[in-house]
Design a protein around this ligand. Structure first.
Ligand code: FMN
Length: 223
């Protein structure tokens, strides 16, 4: 009897509250629940650093089918992917810049490839160990990764990291580069790559954006 009386009184109070504040009635129980569970709902500490690092190499200047450009094709794609994923960004910058002349770069890159050169990189990424996911962007040079990308891959420990490669090219597609990356960093889990035609990235990005979005979504990389 006593319990029934309390229950009725509580219902009367609740109904009174509803009548007086109809608009907020639905929210009140939620607030009450929130107060009760307050210790469990303490927000996670703010994530100040993304766990994904986007690494890319790209060259501005004169290039295949695009003329002289201010931003390299891979860089354009990289900037879009960084925005779409919220990844931190590290650019592989050569200690000695490549010529802006296309044919000079082609000749130099050919020499580097046949010599198995490892061109020096100007700076190192910060907090390497804090990243578990790497998105790696590069152009195809002579059917391969540019040698400076190998410099990078061979310089850092990829144990426990998952790598998502993407490239821009003038017709060669992936050119088998995901396997070359796998062979270079066997400690990493290297996923299938995304190949983007360089001149479309440079001149008609809207045409290729959907391919990038689909690849990011398929791999759960979108933010
Ligand atoms: C040295 C050099 C070699 C290249 N070799 C190839 C190649 O073998 N196959 C291909 O499809 N494109 C090749 N290209 C074209 C580039 O892959 C393409 O233009 C790419 O989008 C350039 O990216 P970037 O502007 O970010 O440097 C080559 C370009 C250069 C400069």
């Amino acid at each position: 009897m006593k319990k029934t009386g309390i229950l009725l009184a509580a219902m009367a109070l609740l109904l009174g509250g509803c009548a007086a504040k109809e608009e907020t009635a639905v929210q009140e129980p939620a607030e009450a629940v929130q107060e009760t569970n307050e210790p469990e709902q303490t927000p996670e500490p703010a994530v100040t650093e993304s766990k994904t690092l986007l690494i890319y190499f790209s060259r501005a200047g004169e290039n295949w089918e695009v003329g002289v450009v201010e931003k390299g094709n891979t860089r354009i794609a990289a900037e879009y992917i960084a925005e779409a994923t919220g990844a931190d960004v590290y650019e592989i910058i050569p200690a000695v810049p490549y010529p802006s002349d296309y044919m000079e770069t082609v000749a130099l890159a050919e020499e580097e490839k046949s010599a198995g050169a490892r061109p020096e990189i100007a700076s190192a990424p910060e907090n390497w160990d804090s990243y578990d996911t790497v998105i790696l962007g590069y152009p195809i040079w002579h059917g391969d990764l540019p040698m400076i990308v190998y410099t990078f891959l061979e310089s850092y420990d990829f144990t426990g990291k998952t790598v998502y490669p993407f490239n821009t090219h003038g017709g060669s597609g992936l050119a088998g580069t995901p396997d070359k990356i796998r062979n270079t960093i066997p400690a990493a889990d290297v996923k299938d790559g995304l190949a983007l035609t360089g001149k479309i990235v440079q001149n008609d990005f809207a045409q290729i954006q959907g391919d990038i979005d689909a690849w990011l979504q398929k791999n759960n990389l979108s933010k």
